[in-house]
Design a protein around this ligand. Structure first.
Ligand code: ZN
Length: 146
């Protein structure tokens, strides 16, 4: 495992659309392992591959002691709304209020390519939405409630 450098706001990479993962190989495993190490060493709740300069549809989420790896995630259902403070390892110490669905269901693949579906509420839903946004070049600062 290795720490990767987290790209900060202002870098174009964060604004690009990430490509789907097609190969579930050692490269993907290394990327995921490095992302965990990088996220934990920065006290994050989640991290998306483009934040470490890899434009692939891979995110990790760590909420309620649950470690989730989502490869090629798609949000298939959203319900309700929730406004809470949100931050991002690519933005710095700024935390701002962002409106998110209260509940989401996401379909994804694991690191071996097996498909699964998971439903999360509140912070888990928020974190999933935040990380999936990264794959589409969207940052939470684009969505801040005034
Ligand atoms: Zn972020």
């Amino acid at each position: 495992m290795a720490l990767r450098r987290i790209i900060k706001v202002g870098d174009d990479t964060l604004r690009k659309i990430s490509k789907p993962v097609v190969k579930f190989d050692k490269g993907l495993e290394d990327l995921l392992d490095d992302m965990w190490e990088t996220m934990f060493s920065n006290d994050g709740m989640g991290l998306a591959a483009p934040q470490v300069g890899v434009l692939r549809r891979v995110v990790i989420v760590h909420v309620n002691n649950m470690r989730l790896e989502l490869v090629n995630p798609t949000i298939v259902y959203e319900e309700g709304e929730d406004i809470e403070n949100e931050g991002c390892l690519s933005v710095g110490s700024d935390h701002k209020k962002v409106k998110r669905p209260y509940k989401v269901t996401v379909k994804a693949q694991d690191r071996f390519g097996y498909e699964f579906t998971i439903t999360g509420e509140k912070y888990l839903a928020r974190c999933i939405c935040h990380e999936v946004d990264h794959l589409n070049g969207i940052l939470f600062i684009d969505k801040v409630e005034e």
